[in-house]
Design a protein around this ligand. Structure first.
Ligand code: BES
Ligand code: MN
Ligand code: ZN
Length: 486
């Protein structure tokens, strides 16, 4: 989407739809006060009224709620409301007046994010000849092509970051949406190689099964032994820092999680195509960071496989040896993510990552604990946890820290091997998984983000049903603020 910031009177922008907000207690600007429909304008948060003001084709008035409750998150929501209305009206260009409250730059960035995220559609499988008239009408609606923010600010780096990060989040959402017969580990590897080919500072290597086995990546080998689909370990590097320390990003890339022999119930199983949301977030973030040429050094690892039942699949009770030599009793083949991530984390340390952020749709339990509002954040390092939590707050991709404790660690101990991948007691399932992963990073400052609740179906105005691309904006924000810390 084309994004511009202009300092023009509202009626002269020439956009198809012009949106302005009003706070509680504020009046419409005098030039619109007597336009037809002006009386319908309401200041209640996200309330809308279409006011026909003559010069712009349509004027949309959106309630901004109470002035002191206005936040960048609210700006994302109202931009999404405007973008959806634009689509319904078949408008291809939208102007939004920047509300005069709070930090201009942060609000402008949030408006850009909201509009771009809300414009995302997964419609590549709708052939226009089939389906209801409503489907056709939906598919035929023109896309929003340009967004103009109206206000007294310059188009800043924040605005550019917002645009690139939101577009990359949409790219991640497309990967999340693609079904597992298309988005296979091989497909993800191809996308990573393509991405690397577009930027000089990026390079990509893809590790095949033989090498995983040879190196001793027992988790990746075991989870992938039940599927005919070849597993891939994608290693993407981005070099743009002047000697800055290497940040490791790791994303779970299970392209379909049936549970394996510990098979999941069939109801809703189709959604387990999204078990590569961590991988999608990492790919999206690397794409955005490279496009923005942020001055950081990254190594991004995506362990990718299907988790399937078959006569060659790993079985409950199997014992495997992970890359760092630790042995694991596999008591539940549905706790597969931690097995492949364990190898990827140990490998990230081997490759020299000095700090790590890992994202995975790891446990259903995080949905019970935090719903879709916060991702679960676990860490072995307070300062690093704080940096990532701040990036989460700034980006609106929220994360709440859960504790580590020796008693949780106790739960992960195996009876006949060092560790077990799932406890017999249903206690602290999310923390259990985080504690398990922590066994594979040594002393490296490590963040585990459990995004099972935030990656899909969060019910926000700008990403309501299906994929959210959660993590892309958070990681881009983190990368933007890292150099200052180093
Ligand atoms: N991919 C799932 C977790 C998940 C659940 C993601 C819901 C998205 C939505 C993961 O591999 C899994 O199956 N976890 C098990 C762990 C259990 C067997 C210890 C779970 O959460 O039930
Ligand atoms: Mn599973
Ligand atoms: Zn899984």
């Amino acid at each position: 989407m084309k994004v511009a910031v202009l300092d023009t009177p509202l009626v002269e922008t020439g956009e198809d739809l012009v949106a302005i907000g009003i706070f509680e207690g504020d009046e419409l600007p005098p030039e619109f006060a007597s336009a037809p429909g002006a009386d319908d304008a309401k200041p209640g948060f996200r309330k809308t009224a279409l006011v026909h003001a003559g010069s712009p084709v349509h004027l949309l008035v959106i309630g901004l709620g109470k002035r002191d409750e206005f936040t960048p998150e609210r700006a994302r929501v109202i931009a999404a409301v405007a973008a959806k209305r634009a689509r319904a009206l078949k408008a291809t260009s939208l102007a939004i007046a920047i509300p005069d409250e709070g930090d201009d730059k942060a609000i402008a960035a949030a408006l850009i994010e909201g509009a771009i995220l809300a414009s995302y559609r997964f419609d590549r499988f709708k052939t226009h000849s089939v389906g209801s008239d409503a489907d056709e009408a939906e598919a035929d609606r023109p896309r929003l092509e340009s967004l103009t923010l109206i206000g007294h600010i310059e188009l800043t780096a924040d605005a550019d970051t917002a645009r690139v990060a939101a577009e990359s989040a949409n790219m991640a959402r497309e990967l999340q949406n693609l079904p597992s017969n298309i988005a296979t580990p091989t497909y993800l590897a191809e996308r990573a190689l393509e991405l690397a080919a577009t930027h000089d500072e990026l390079s990509c290597e893809v590790m095949e099964r033989d090498e995983m086995v040879e190196r001793g990546m027992g988790g990746l080998a075991a989870v992938s032994q039940g599927t005919a689909e070849p597993p891939k370990l994608i290693v993407l590097r981005y070099q743009h820092g002047e000697g800055g320390e290497l940040l490791g990003l790791v994303g779970k890339g299970v392209t379909f999680d049936s549970g394996g022999i510990s098979i999941k119930p069939s109801g809703g199983m189709q959604e387990m195509k999204m078990d590569m949301s961590g991988a999608a977030a990492v790919l999206g973030a690397v794409a955005a960071i490279a496009e923005l040429e942020l001055p950081v050094n990254l190594v991004a690892l995506i362990p990718s496989t299907e988790n399937m039942p078959s006569s060659t699949a790993m079985k409950p009770g199997d014992i495997i040896t992970q890359l760092n030599g630790k042995t694991v009793e596999v008591n539940n083949t549905d706790a597969e993510g931690r097995l492949i991530l364990a190898d990827a984390l140990a490998y990230a340390v081997e490759l020299g990552a000095k700090r790590i952020v890992e994202l995975s749709t790891l446990t259903g339990a995080v949905l019970v604990a935090l719903g879709s509002t916060y991702a679960g954040l676990m860490s072995n390092d307070d300062a690093w946890a704080e940096d990532v939590t701040e990036a989460a707050e700034r980006s609106g991709e929220l994360a709440w820290r859960l504790p580590f404790h020796a008693e949780y660690k106790e739960l992960t101990k195996g009876t006949v091997a060092d560790l077990t991948n799932s406890a017999s007691k249903r206690k602290a399932g999310t923390i259990y998984a985080g504690s398990f992963l922590e066994e594979f990073v040594g002393d490296t400052p490590f963040i585990h983000l459990d995004i099972a609740g935030t990656a899909w179906d969060v019910g926000r105005e700008y990403a309501s049903k299906g994929p959210t691309g959660f993590g892309v904006r958070l990681l881009v924000d983190l990368a933007r603020h890292l150099p200052a810390k180093a």
